[in-house]
Design a protein around this ligand. Structure first.
Ligand SMILES: NC(=O)c1ccc[n+]([C@@H]2O[C@H](COP(=O)([O-])OP(=O)(O)OC[C@H]3O[C@@H](n4cnc5c(N)ncnc54)[C@H](OP(=O)(O)O)[C@@H]3O)[C@@H](O)[C@H]2O)c1
Length: 323
């Protein structure tokens, strides 16, 4: 079958199309024919070498959506033909056929297109887990950085129904109308120098109750200044700046703030529990799946360059030729 193999760490061109043996489902596994493969931000970090990759080189990628072709021993054969989105253990998704443990599959409900399910699964489930963790009490103000693409695009859509009364977002200027359309009340251009100062201007005497923090680095530290003393909480889930948040316990003590790290294996297990709910809500039209464009699987390198160049609004999906 055709697959995209990461031949080294580096620029997007290290992702190369190769013929590799078909995978076969073992005990407890299913094999799917992939029709939509989301390109995820974290995958660009893995490819560049910023994150270590586990195991020998093989087909790249974390998630894929398609139909079940085969069920291994111990798996309900009634699953064959079902439409599912699957998560791999870290490799194997950028391929015509993808093999995963059956429990890593989420059934796509009727009424939701396979492409839409592939696009919404990661961002929608992380956003849902973040909003549950935030415990919004109603009438609170939230800050959603990077509000139009991945996780942020779904936080913007879901914040109000989760108890936010005011949603302040950040996005690059070209994407600000999109952030408003998704539900932001106000949008700040996070590419402008000293944009946190602009945020303080907008707030006046008011404060932010919850920041869904994805920049990391010094920006995370600066944003503590706008949090509501005592009840303010920052949920840190990303580090787009390339560095972890430079926040010390003393920074929180001084104002009684809470910082919650939303990362690591236990966090991802919690995220996974929201997947079926996210697909159901997307099927019911309560979340808009954000698809940037669909490219042939053999253009995976181009897709990574678009993500790396911040040129996307929504998820790029890769489509195998055989699909
Ligand atoms: N903890 C978790 O469970 C979890 C899960 C998924 C992702 N993450 C992390 O969350 C972060 C966002 O991931 P995502 O999937 O939501 O991706 P994403 O929304 O597609 O993020 C990419 C967008 O971020 C914006 N951006 C702002 N500052 C940036 C910078 N310094 N470098 C690159 N892009 C920048 C760009 O939009 P503009 O054009 O508007 O600037 C870009 O298009 C990443 O750090 C990722 O690793 C964490």
């Amino acid at each position: 079958m055709q697959a995209i193999v990461m031949t080294a760490t580096g620029e997007p061109e290290v992702l190369q199309t190769q013929e590799v043996p078909d995978p076969h489902p073992g005990v407890g596994e299913i094999l799917i024919r992939a029709t939509a493969i989301p390109v995820l931000y974290a995958e660009t970090l893995l490819r560049s070498g910023a994150f270590p990759i586990a195991g020998p080189p093989g087909a790249f990628g974390f998630q894929a959506a398609g139909s079940v072709l085969e069920a291994g021993a111990g798996v309900d054969p009634g699953l064959i033909g079902a439409r599912v989105v699957v998560s791999t253990a870290g490799q194997g998704a950028y391929a015509e056929k993808v093999c995963v443990p059956a429990e890593f599959a989420t059934i796509i409900p009727d009424g939701l297109a396979t492409d839409a399910a592939a696009a919404v699964l990661m961002g929608g489930s992380v956003a849902t887990a973040l909003l549950r963790r935030a415990g919004l009490t109603g009438g609170e103000t939230v800050l959603v950085p990077v509000a139009t693409t991945g996780v942020g695009g779904y936080l913007t859509q879901l914040a109000r129904e989760s108890g936010a009364s005011r949603v302040i977002a950040t996005a690059s200027a070209a994407k600000s109308d999109r952030a408003r359309a998704l539900g932001a009340d106000e949008v700040i251009d996070h590419r402008a120098p000293d944009w946190p100062r602009r945020l303080r201007e907008i707030l006046g005497d008011s404060t932010i109750d919850v920041v869904f923090e994805t920049f990391g680095g010094d920006i995370a530290h600066d944003l503590l200044d706008v949090l509501t003393p005592l009840d303010g909480r920052m949920l840190g889930y990303g580090q787009l700046s390339g560095a972890p948040a430079t926040i010390a316990a003393a920074d929180l003590h001084a104002r009684g703030l809470t910082y919650t790290a939303c990362a690591g294996p236990e966090w991802l297990t919690r995220v996974a529990t929201t997947r079926a709910d996210v697909l159901d809500r997307a099927a019911a039209g309560r979340i808009e799946p954000l698809i940037d464009r669909i490219l042939p699987l053999d253009q995976a390198a181009k897709a990574h360059r678009l993500v790396q160049n911040r040129a996307t609004t929504g998820t790029i999906l890769l489509r195998p030729a055989a699909a």
